[in-house]
Write a protein that binds this ligand. Sequence first.
Ligand code: BES
Ligand code: MN
Ligand code: ZN
Length: 482
Amino acid sequence: MSDFFQHVNKPAETDCDSLVLAVAQGEDGPHLLPCSLSTEMSQELASLLPLLGMSGKVDEVCVSTAPSRLATRTLTFVGLGKHNFGDAQAVRRAAGCVTRTSKAKTLAFDWAITDEGVWQALAEGAGFGAYRYDRYFSKKADRIESVLLPDSEAARKGAKTAEVLVSAANLTRDLVNTPANDLCPADFVEIAKRECEGLPIEIEVWDFARLQKEKCGGLVGVGQGSSRPPYLVKLSYQPQGAKRHAALIGKGITFDSGGISLKPAANMEAMKSDMTGAATVLGATIAAARLEVPQQITTYLALAENLPGGKAQRPSDVITIRNGKTVEILNTDAEGRLVMADALSLACEIKPDVILDVATLTGAQIVALGNRTTGLMGQGGAPEEVFKAAERVGEPAWVMPIPEELKEANASKFADVANSGGRNAGMMVAADFLSNFVDDFPWAHLDIAGPSYNSGKPWGFSAYGGTGVMVRTLVDYLANLK
Ligand code: BES
Ligand code: MN
Ligand code: ZN
């Protein structure tokens, strides 16, 4: 996607398929927001808005033919809601809505934006929205070939940063959308190796024998039910003069059937996305390295396939996690916390300044916060800092507690803890389980079960399937880590 954004002197006067114009929802009707067209032309186009049925509301897009005096063949009007170019979130979403729905090959944005951060948001939206996952279609999707932006320094710098974030998050989305027959733990390892090639990221891989030797009982226990074995991947990015060291951990269940505690058939196909945490921290690590974030980052991908094969673990099994704690398996479908427990224990061993983990951990996250808001939990101020980063980049998130009384829910009659603890507050009970494996380090746990995967209507820049959520939040958090 390196030449996706092209900078030209006057996008509005350059030959293209569609010139994109922003419309705000005013008290007295739609308002055409400023662009570089002449005043007469702008007035003429503004007078069309009511005829086109444009009100300016969010996610409203309308395409019309362009007056022949213009260099573009069509005009794409997009709603910004009750916002203007001062609002980066509204700009990102509008640009994304355009590229997600547009049939044009070349699009021009000539909006009166001066701020680099807002140009970055526009380019992020455009890049996310242009994503198409057509790997398995015989007829490939039409793709946007280029997005024309002004030649200003703000637009150039903003688009440059955006390009890195977009390609990282779209890698995450590719991994999420890939079905498990083409993405088992070993495939994930190969892709991680390939994507880190040429970047200042070291990669170490533990296979099944090594995981057994290293006493990673969670990865072994979950992975043993599949003929396609589990792996642990460690990525190290260590820039010179790094002040802080963050450990990132991602849940990488390439398919979650539930195991012996089998899931119902309905919607099980979405469980190909149960590796989103691993894909998210991989994307964030790559983006951080490409943007030369001045922090040391050690990333763990906990990769396994949760299947009920002949060697699968059973309810009642007791396993031992890397840090020596024992876990009684009450439900083999609560597998994410088991592989995360090993990876969290390993992260503690390197004594980082902060630990962040990302996981599609619980259906209860969706019950509590819905499909767009990430659940943040943890200790030592880390969840609050992640919340601030999420707000800065416009990704919805909310800090939730880990109430002390939930410890009881994870109590076991036969081991140190049990892996499943009833229906109430399931998201926080899972977080409490993880807290057994993070010592006293500042720690943020991001439960992205809902936001990771759009299984409803497309909206903003999000198509059906993987969303790439939290990649931008993590990178922003790391860049601002003090
Ligand atoms: N991967 C699921 C959680 C999930 C559910 C993610 C729906 C995305 C959408 C996880 O492994 C799981 O199965 N969790 C169980 C835990 C329970 C058995 C304690 C759940 O949430 O039902
Ligand atoms: Mn599960
Ligand atoms: Zn799972």
